[in-house]
Design a protein around this ligand. Structure first.
Ligand SMILES: N[C@@H](CCC(=O)N[C@@H](CS)C(=O)NCC(=O)O)C(=O)O
Length: 215
């Protein structure tokens, strides 16, 4: 049995959850908050979520989990069959996560969690996200999916981050940086018509209401 641990407000959690749903893998969800506690560290050595519990042991890092799921459960493949196309699909994920999502994440403390971010950081992040999005625009196809005419792991990985990029930049800069991603508006509408995206979005909305009600 596969158990997905973490919480549904996390884009990386939702990335793995979408893959599990799209591939039709049976799984359970367990709410676990990230943290430097032995309860988490024994399964996820940096204290981050998501992590996976499998019959063979635990696995951390969402992209590693995606690769594992694709190999262990070949049904409903989420990567192209041809090696170069597979690599291009991974290239999209890596570019966006490293050069946009990880940079935008520096805003999340102020955008979502009541913290504050310095003006210097905001200016630096604005510039770097701009460069990251320019790079991503050179690669992304949106025809109609991120990697081309098939729904792939790139859609599972990046759709959850697109929403966060959009809300965080609107809150911090009063400007929606997702609009700078060419084709993103039509893409988001297309994604919303998919049942598993709808499920992940509904679970995320419920988790967010519960999370912010507690604060
Ligand atoms: N590279 C990791 C990133 C996971 C990550 O940053 N998760 C966040 C939640 S979205 C977290 O656990 N943050 C707590 C922390 O950084 O200590 C992955 O892909 O799984």
């Amino acid at each position: 049995m596969i158990r997905l641990c973490g919480f549904p407000i996390s884009n990386y959690y939702n990335k793995v959850k979408l893959v599990l749903l799209e591939k039709g893998i049976e799984f359970e969800e367990q709410t676990v908050a990230p943290g430097q506690t032995e309860t988490v560290l024994q399964f996820s050595p940096a204290g981050k979520i998501p992590f996976l519990l499998t019959d063979h042991g635990s696995l951390s890092e969402s992209q590693v989990i995606l690769e594992y799921l694709e190999e262990a459960f070949p049904q409903n493949p989420l990567y192209p069959a041809e090696p170069f196309e597979r690599a291009k699909c991974r290239e999209l994920i890596q570019h966006f996560e490293l050069n946009v999502e990880l940079i935008a994440r520096r805003l999340y403390g102020e955008a979502f969690f009541g913290g504050s971010v310095s003006d210097e950081t905001k200016a630096e992040v604005r510039e770097k996200i701009g460069l990251g999005i320019d790079a991503f625009n050179r690669l992304a196809k949106f025809s109609p999916y991120i990697a081309g005419d098939r729904f792939t792991a790139a859609d599972c990985a990046l759709w959850p981050s697109f929403g966060l990029l959009s809300s965080a930049t609107q809150r911090i800069y009063g400007e929606d940086f997702l609009q700078k991603v060419t084709g993103a508006t039509d893409y988001m509408s297309l994604m919303e018509s998919r049942p598993h995206i709808q499920k992940v979005a509904a679970d995320r909305a419920a988790a967010m209401s519960a999370f912010f009600a507690k604060k």
